[in-house]
Design a protein around this ligand. Structure first.
Ligand SMILES: [Zn+2]
Length: 233
């Protein structure tokens, strides 16, 4: 049976003599894996259409188990991303996190559109890749049901004010200093980080390019998203 998809190439892995296993994030069925037979032979045309991060229209022939990729056409290759080694490396990491956090074959149009808008915003504003990547990760947490509660303390419900506050991993939210005293899974969180987490939650990817943030803010965000990701694993 033939299945048609629109998807973003999340990753690939060589298997057998000349085959390759691809992982896509598709509009129709979420994460989909399929094999391209003979794709590593020099005359294979398919390989050029299946580069990492490309948005492709592809078809899979499938009966039972994993299917074979029959055709693929690149719709968008986000070429600016490919010219910057640092950015590429960064996105490889983000894509492997994304792959790990997401289950196979669960349709989620909001997630697809988030991933697509991340690549699109990056491609148009490559110099903003740090803030876009952090924005994407925090929006992804929200989309996966781990949205960070940041207005009120997750324990006493008092409004969060500037000053000493903590991130509570267990409840995925901000805790005031008083309530955080007894917590074991916590990290101190700056007022700037809280502000940025709020901005991420209520803005689209392409609006985040307007943000001007310091290197310290980026590092704080990176530490928090990294730790939260480890905790979710
Ligand atoms: Zn509290």
């Amino acid at each position: 049976m033939e299945h048609k998809y629109t998807g973003i190439v999340l990753g690939k892995k060589d298997i057998g003599e000349a085959d390759r296993l691809y992982t896509f994030y598709t509009l129709e069925q979420g994460k989909v894996k399929a094999i391209a037979r003979g794709v590593r032979k020099s005359q294979a045309k398919l390989a050029g259409h299946l580069e990492n991060f490309c948005l492709v229209d592809f078809t899979v022939m499938k009966n039972r188990g994993m299917g074979n990729i029959a055709s693929a056409i690149v719709e968008e290759n986000f070429s600016n991303i490919r010219n910057d080694f640092n950015v590429l490396n960064n996105i490889f990491g983000v894509f492997s996190d994304f792959d790990r956090l997401i289950d196979d074959e669960e349709e989620d149009k909001a997630n697809f559109s988030l991933l697509w808008s991340y690549l699109d915003a990056l491609n148009k504003n490559i110099e903003k890749h740090e803030i876009l990547t952090q924005g994407f990760l925090f929006k992804l947490f929200g989309s996966l049901g781990y949205g960070i509660s940041s207005q009120c303390c997750v324990h006493c419900q008092e409004k969060i004010t500037d000053g000493e506050n903590y991130f509570d991993y267990q409840l995925s939210g901000i805790s005031c200093a008083g309530c955080a005293k007894h917590l074991s899974n916590k990290t101190i969180i700056t007022s700037n980080t809280i502000k940025l987490v709020r901005i991420f939650a209520c803005n689209q990817m392409n609006s985040l390019v307007k943000l001007n943030v310091s290197e310290k803010d980026i590092n704080d965000l990176r530490r928090l998203s990294g730790n939260f990701m480890k905790w979710l694993d």
